[in-house]
Design a protein around this ligand. Structure first.
Ligand SMILES: [Zn+2]
Length: 291
């Protein structure tokens, strides 16, 4: 088997292998990393363990004996975060260990926050690998096909794949053929937003720093509404899009002070779909970060 060259191709190869072997979800990254690399590479992943260092989500390091160790912060309680971290470090191993022999130390630093230009590409690629490995597109599509998105549906997927709510919601936006937008906000302002393919054609992107619509903030602050948050709220044109009515869901994020808005545009007419290569959340953010 020749080695793939892109994060998605690597991830698809391992995800297929996992499914062909009749293994269920979630994908066990530890097992794959240990079992597959020892027969395939002269410098395999020899150890996956907890490292007891708080604040550093995951580390990829080369050991004296020449193999590699993946370690992770076992105290993280957000569901799915550890699994994603293991996938992320395994991605660094497959894609970057020959370029950066000293290895990687990865903090949470928001999986979409690429502040340091030199590591932007590496981090983006490792995230992309983890996302494709843990949530294979064919299986994910079979879970969401023909269904209206609700927080329950996303919760079901997050459980199935052992991924965080944020990573799962991003995957949904990446794969859906509906016009939709995922926006993360802190203190009343958008930190990032990610439109689906069809939403992008409707120009629904909101740049960082855009104020969150007042009506959405009120909904966010209303406990009663949050209890009913599985039902989307209809919001008039002029809130999330100048001309389009929308349906808005509020998700309180895995990270306490962050709110995620999932916005659908169910009444948008059919828009011509342009085929774009490499449409995934992490490519999108990497491109945005590069301006
Ligand atoms: Zn990393």
């Amino acid at each position: 088997m020749s080695d793939p060259t892109t994060p998605a191709a690597w991830a698809n190869q391992f995800a297929s292998l996992w499914m062909v072997c009749g293994q269920g979800f979630p994908v066990d990254v530890k097992e794959i990393a240990l079992e597959v690399t020892k027969t395939r590479f002269s410098d395999p992943v020899g150890l996956v363990r907890a490292h007891g260092i708080q604040g550093i989500d995951g580390i990829l390091s080369k050991r004296k004996r020449g193999d590699w160790c993946i370690s992770y912060d076992e105290t993280i309680t957000v569901p799915g975060r550890i699994n994603f971290t293991l996938g992320h470090e395994f991605g660094h191993y497959l894609l970057h260990r020959k370029i950066r022999e000293e290895g990687f130390q990865c903090g949470q630093a928001e999986m979409l926050d690429y502040e340091s230009p030199e590591s932007r590409k590496f981090e983006s690629e490792a995230n992309k690998f983890a996302s494709y490995l843990l949530m294979p597109a064919t299986d994910f599509r079979s879970q969401i096909e023909g269904q209206v998105v609700t927080l329950d549906l996303l919760g079901h997927c997050a459980n199935r794949y052992g991924t965080s709510f944020t990573a799962t919601a991003l995957k949904w936006v990446e794969l859906t053929d509906q016009p939709a937008l995922l926006a993360m906000a802190r203190d009343g302002f958008i930190c990032w937003s990610y439109p689906s393919r069809r939403a992008r054609l409707l120009r629904t992107y909101l740049p960082p720093g855009t104020p969150v619509p007042q009506s959405s903030l009120r909904r966010l602050n209303s406990a009663a509404d949050i209890n009913r948050r599985n039902q989307g709220s209809r919001v008039p044109p002029g809130v999330w899009h100048p001309e389009l009515e929308a349906e808005e869901f509020v998700i309180i994020s895995d990270h306490f002070d962050l709110a995620i808005f999932l916005v659908r545009f169910p009444y948008a007419g059919m828009v011509e779909q342009a085929e774009e290569k490499d449409w995934d959340a992490f490519t999108f953010f990497e491109n945005r970060a590069q301006g």
